[in-house]
Structures are given as C-alpha cells and as structure tokens.
Ligand binder design. Structure first.
Ligand code: ARG
Length: 274
C-alpha cells in the first residue's frame, strides 16, 4: 500500500516571499485551504494510499509542503537543508518525525542546499535532480554516491519553476510529465536521452501546476485547470483526477508539494522491483 506523509495546513499562510508566486498582499484563505487540503487527502485515500500526518507547527507556514522534507530511498531519508532561512526551522520537525518512523537519516554537507523530493525524483533507477534555484548540483552528486545510483542533474532556468517537481513528474519507469520551457537545451536533451516517454505540458497548464502531480498506482492527482494533460494521461492508460488547490498555488505549491511518498514513488526502479 502507498504510504504518504502530509501536514495539515493549520498554520499555513503567505508570511514571506521566497518564490515569485508568493505575495504577502495575496493571502490564502484558511478555511478554503483546509477544505482543499482535505480534498487532496480524500483523493489519495480513494486511490487507497495510507496517509501519515506530520504535526503542524506555528511559525512554519511552509511545513505543509512535505515533499521538501527529505529524499526517500528505501528506509533512508536524506534530509533537506533549505536555502532560505525562513524554511530552515522545519528541519528538526522533519528529522524528528522521520526518525520516529524508523528512517535512517542522512544529510548533505552543511554548506550545500538540498530541498528533498522537491528537487530529486527517481525515474527508473536514475535520480533526476534539479539545481541552481534551490538545491546545489554538488549536493546531488554526493547523494548519488551515498545511495549508489546514477544522478542526472538538470538546471532549472525559470524562477517560477524553482523546484524540479514544479516542472517534471515521473509516472512510471521510462514515463514522465515535463514542462520543456523550465529547462535549457542540455536539460531537455538529458531528459529525452533517459526517459522514453515524455509527456509535455503547455504554458498555461504548467502555470496551473500540471507537473506537480501525485502518482498512486495508475492514478494521477493534480490541481484543476489541466484538461489537456489529463487527456494525454488517459490516452497513456493513467487515471487522472483533479482537485482544487488554488490556496497552495499562492505559495508556489500544489498537489505533489503537499505530499512525501514514504514507500518510494511509483516510478522509482527500486520501488517497482520491491
Ligand atoms: N513556499 C514554498 C517554497 O517556496 C513552496 C514549496 C513547494 N514545494 C515543492 N516541493 N515544490 O519553498
């Protein structure tokens, strides 16, 4: 059974601005945020995922984005080392929860930033790693040595797509969604060289966070406003589901950012062999 970590949005809000989506002038509505978070939770339960809860903490509004807590590989969690001081306070909460759940904790060197599954995603046996805006490429190389896996670093060139999971989503080994304009020529070529089926997302749907999808089995859950992607997913044999997440888009996040797959994402080669 899929196991996913989420954090209720009790203390969620736009309290600072660390990416171009965020503006303190455009606050999220707490009741609507709670309703939308419940909607995502319900969709994942329907897809028969088990949801574990990270307790929310006052003063850490982005703790809801559990994707950034760590990179999960089997029972090892490589903890995040956030670039922005605003999010660094989340680390002890993530570490305490993951330790209590039995994960072996690993870290990147102190001077390197790393933002967990937000910037590092397995597709098959290869770890695709986004760098420049939040995470350091050098940290990714160290993670590859630690886990004994191949790492393909891809540079993120558009500040709106500041984490890899905002513009790339592995669906299964050899299959992924991506937003071409978020990468440079090298990045696009590297993705094409290693992933047989790449499903492109167009500008408008990318802005609706089409790529920020949660995959459970063949079910793919995204924000609303991604009809073309959903048609492509259906044609490829997946079951797309949409659920409104506008209040989280105000912080630069959507479905995937609100989740951390604890048993390995569907597309991870080591997961599909397990
Ligand atoms: N406001 C958060 C930040 O800028 C949003 C994080 C979204 N998470 C993600 N995995 N893309 O860090």
């Amino acid at each position: 059974m899929a196991r996913i970590l989420m954090c209720p949005p009790e203390f969620y809000g736009i309290e600072y601005e660390i990416n171009p989506w965020m503006s303190r002038q455009r606050q999220s509505d707490p009741d609507l945020a709670r309703e939308q978070w419940n909607g995502l939770h319900a969709h994942l339960r329907l897809a028969s995922a088990e949801i574990a809860l990270l307790p929310p903490a006052k003063g850490l509004p982005d703790l809801v984005f559990t994707a950034n807590a760590a990179l999960i590989y089997r029972r090892t969690a490589v903890l995040a080392n956030f670039r922005h001081p605003e999010r660094q306070g989340e680390i002890p909460y993530d570490e305490a929860w993951l330790t209590a759940d039995g994960f072996k904790i690993e870290r990147v060197p102190e001077d390197l930033h790393f933002e967990g599954a937000g910037d590092a995603l397995f597709c098959g046996d290869t770890l695709f790693a986004g760098y420049r805006i939040r995470s350091h490429a050098l940290g990714h190389q160290g993670i590859g040595r630690l886990l004994g896996c191949r790492v393909i670093p891809v540079e993120l060139v558009d500040p709106y797509y500041y984490h890899l999971d905002t513009c790339f989503c592995p669906l299964a080994p050899g299959v992924a969604i991506y937003y071409p304009a978020a990468f440079d020529d090298y990045g696009r070529a590297a993705l094409a060289a290693h992933i047989g089926t790449l499903i492109p997302v167009e500008d408008q749907e990318a802005r609706s966070f089409a790529c920020n999808a949660v995959v459970v089995g063949r079910t793919v859950v995204t924000n609303t406003g991604c009809p073309r992607l959903h048609a492509a997913l259906s044609a490829a044999g997946f079951t797309p589901r949409s659920t409104p997440l506008s209040e989280f888009v105000k912080a630069g996040g959507s479905a995937k950012c609100l989740t951390l797959r604890l048993d390995g994402e569907e597309a991870a080669g080591w997961k599909s062999r397990a």
